[in-house]
Design a protein around this ligand. Structure first.
Ligand code: CA
Length: 392
């Protein structure tokens, strides 16, 4: 059930987020046993937590001889569960976590650093781990007496900070500064094909936060495509582009193909990477070759989700712009059919991976596009786009 976000000035989120950030650093120069080779590491693990979830930014510094590949391991003391990661492959077995370099950040010179991030969930406790090891060598002294760190004294906030990462987000929009009925300022109406009867407006009756949201009255048919586009240039947001938005639809996703989020994609020559629906369930679609994620087989569609109507829904997605990787969450639940990785999976991303160039979204358009049947009235609010994930 969505929890209304508190009304704060947009810039206040930066300070609010900082209050919940916990940063700890571990350092040691540890001789590797038996070899006489100096080896060591420093790990900065910075947590941003909220009730039930967290993200962690991790910087590992190699203080020993150069490495051509790295594996950072640690043990969680609480019930944290990693759900996604970027710039490293992170796996968890029980409380043991392992992060392995990607193809492009494996080389670590003496003094070199690598950064990666992860997102996860927790229920009862999420203490910062203290037993980091790089390629099997402890970063915390002799591995048996980690540095003394005070326990976090700031309790998790009782409501999620939905826009805690707004500080450096490229887009962080609650539409509250829209003063008229027509989207203005950072948002422009656009009818990319030919303008028909689809309309967009600033709504003061229905909102997820505050008193304003973006309303689209979408109509079926090619000429009725109607979008409101942010003026923000997203072409440098990454390497993983994270988007969080709240959407509210009136009509269930139809059998016919529809789109309600469209992102111009420079890797497709400007054609769009799109989120919408088909066969009654959410789907991704790539305009240049009309590939869909998941495949529109009964099994594929079954691995996606319908979009509930008549209430606000939190939609999040992460688009990797440097490798095949796409993930989607509906109300913080990852949708298995809306997941692409480097391994083709029947009924999910086999067709999607026929194109190997990673997408490069450059802008965000919110609206309605349908090709046959499918009118809908829909709303958008609390939209965040940035290089770090933002929770619901
Ligand atoms: Ca609002």
């Amino acid at each position: 059930m969505p929890i209304p976000s508190p009304r704060l000035p947009r810039r206040a989120w930066t300070a609010a987020g900082a209050a919940f950030a916990l940063a700890l650093s571990f350092f040691a120069a540890v001789p590797a046993s038996g070899s006489g080779t100096a080896a060591g590491c420093q790990v900065d693990y910075t947590v941003n937590e909220w009730s039930g979830g967290y993200t962690a930014q991790v910087r590992v510094t190699n203080t020993g001889p150069a490495l051509s590949g790295w594996r950072l391991t640690w043990t969680y003391g609480g019930d944290q569960q990693v759900t996604s990661a970027w710039n490293a492959t992170v796996t968890q077995t029980g409380r043991s976590v392992s992060a392995v370099n990607t193809d492009w950040n494996g080389a670590l010179a003496d003094g070199g650093t690598a950064d990666f991030g992860l997102q996860g969930t927790w229920r009862t406790a999420d203490p910062v781990p203290t037993d980091f090891a790089l390629n099997g060598v402890s970063c915390g002294g002799d591995g048996t007496s980690p540095p003394t760190t005070p326990p976090p004294t700031t309790p998790p906030p009782t409501t999620p900070p939905p826009t805690a990462e707004c500080g450096d987000a490229a887009v962080c929009e609650d539409f509250e500064d829209q003063t008229g009925p027509v989207p203005a300022g950072d948002w422009k109406f656009t009818a990319p094909d030919c303008q028909g009867t689809g309309t967009a407006a600033v709504d003061t009756q229905i909102a997820h936060s505050g008193t304003r949201s973006l309303r689209l009255d979408g109509r079926a048919g090619y000429c009725n495509h109607a979008f409101v586009a942010t003026t923000a240039d997203l072409s440098t947001v990454g390497p993983v582009l994270h988007v969080r938005m709240w959407v509210r639809h009136t009509t269930a996703l139809p059998a016919a193909h529809v789109t309600f989020v469209s992102m111009p994609d420079s890797s497709q020559g400007g054609k769009a990477l799109r989120i919408g629906g088909q066969n009654g369930a959410l789907q991704w679609n790539r305009e240049s070759d009309d590939a869909t994620l998941p495949a529109q087989s009964p099994t594929g569609v079954g691995l996606s989700r319908p979009l509930p109507t008549g209430s606000w829904q939190c939609l999040r997605f992460a688009v990797d712009t440097s490798a095949p990787g796409l993930d989607t969450w509906l109300n913080d639940e990852q949708v298995p059919g809306l997941h692409a990785d480097g391994v083709p999976t029947q009924d999910i991303d086999q067709q999607w991976l026929s194109r190997t160039t990673p997408p490069r979204p450059t802008a965000l358009r919110l609206g309605w596009e349908s090709y046959g049947t499918g009118d809908d009235t829909l709303w958008f609010d609390d939209v965040v786009v940035g290089s770090s994930p933002v929770g619901c």
